[in-house]
Design a protein around this ligand. Structure first.
Ligand SMILES: Nc1ncnc2c1ncn2[C@@H]1O[C@H](COP(=O)(O)OP(=O)(O)O)[C@@H](O)[C@H]1O
Ligand SMILES: [Mg+2]
Length: 257
């Protein structure tokens, strides 16, 4: 599609759990302003691929971020380089408000500790207010309305919790945003909000990797799709190509029964 350096590129990714080969020889790349979908039946290796890319597991292969070899960078070192990830399960500070969860992320990115961010001394009140305003604006942009900001994450609707988890992952910004099954458990209206959000981020040149079990969301937002089956790359192509690939249909139909 473009000859520029990919925002994120993986080559020959492999993951083993003991004797089980969960992923083998998987390669793909994603460019700024592109949404790459990674799909496959249950157990195909999607989460292993996600964890391998973000160095959450020991793996074979190489990873480049904007052309820089980051294979050896530990997981916590990737976010400062612009690779942000959200978790399949919502991970919040359950006792903090929605707003304070966002403030904590922004404060951490600004190099301020969590405790410090919540208990800034009075002379820091203006800074605290600025952080809160930035957090509130970010939350709204990610589809978490202001009337939910004072609530605890567990007390807002599930669809909004998913949007919150993406906002927390994105923080002040990302070159590459990775999402593992962001649509899990979402109904149609929430799914459409999520799709709109992803399109908006793409328009701002974020490179997005979306891992999904269900095809609907991926087919409507992805520019390119990688299909995994039994730990290997079965096919790569546009949504149209993938939908008409008999190997892909067989992989899914074989599982549907
Ligand atoms: N921590 C683990 N220990 C052992 N086996 C695992 C572990 N995580 C995943 N697996 C196995 O690896 C394979 C790929 O799993 P996974 O990457 O979670 O697939 P997907 O996300 O596509 O459902 C499956 O056979 C799964 O049972
Ligand atoms: Mg998974």
């Amino acid at each position: 599609m473009t000859s520029s350096t990919p925002a994120l590129r993986v080559e020959g990714l492999g993951v083993r759990y003991g004797a089980l080969v969960a992923l083998e020889g998987v390669s793909w790349q994603v460019h700024a302003g592109e949404i790459l979908g990674i799909i496959g039946p249950n157990g195909a290796g999607k989460s292993s691929c996600y964890d391998a890319t973000t160095h959450m597991v020991t793996r074979d292969g190489k990873v480049w971020l904007d052309g820089q070899d980051v294979t050896a960078v530990p997981p916590y070192g990737l976010a400062p380089l612009g690779l942000k990830r959200a978790f399949q399960q919502n991970a919040f500070f359950a006792t903090l408000s929605v707003l304070d969860n966002m403030v904590a992320v922004l404060a951490r990115e600004a190099g301020t500790g969590l405790l410090e961010s919540l208990f800034l001394p009075w002379r820091e009140a203006a800074r605290r207010r600025a952080l809160e305003e930035e957090a509130a604006a970010l939350l709204e942009r990610f589809g978490v309305p202001r009337d939910m900001h004072a609530l605890r994450p567990g007390n807002i609707p599930y669809g909004s919790q998913r949007m919150l988890s993406i906002a927390l992952a994105f923080g002040r910004g990302a070159r590459v945003l990775m999402l593992d099954e962001p649509a899990a458990g979402l109904g149609g209206a929430d799914m459409e909000r999520l799709a709109e959000l992803l399109r908006g981020l793409r328009a701002e040149s974020v490179a997005i990797v979306v891992i999904e079990h269900h095809m609907d969301l991926i087919m409507s937002v992805a520019d390119r799709i990688v299909v995994l089956e039994q730990g290997r790359c079965l096919a790569t192509g546009t949504p149209h190509e993938i939908q008409n690939d008999h190997r892909v249909l067989e992989a899914y139909l074989g599982q549907a029964a």
